[in-house]
Design a protein around this ligand. Structure first.
Ligand code: SF4
Ligand code: SF4
Length: 66
């Protein structure tokens, strides 16, 4: 895996874990409409601006940053 194990933390984006309860909140707050609600919901990385809105609004903290 590129970027792992090199001793540096490089911000690369947001992703949704399977802790997602498919509430749709993240999709509602995404300015880019980059999130497809599902189980789990998915961030379409090519549209993501890394604004962090989804991350801040997820009620179960299912969204992580890497
Ligand atoms: S970080 Fe911002 S642009 Fe990216 S998916 Fe979350 S809300 Fe949308
Ligand atoms: S806000 Fe969190 S729990 Fe709700 S759909 Fe998005 S990732 Fe899933």
């Amino acid at each position: 895996m590129p970027g792992l194990g090199n001793g540096k933390i490089v911000p690369k984006g947001y992703f949704i874990t399977d802790e997602c309860i498919s509430c749709g909140k993240c999709a509602q707050v995404c300015p880019q409409n980059a999130i497809a609600t599902g189980s789990p919901s998915i961030i379409r990385q090519e549209h993501c601006l890394h604004c962090g809105n989804c991350f801040e609004h997820c009620p179960v903290s299912a969204i992580r940053r890497n």
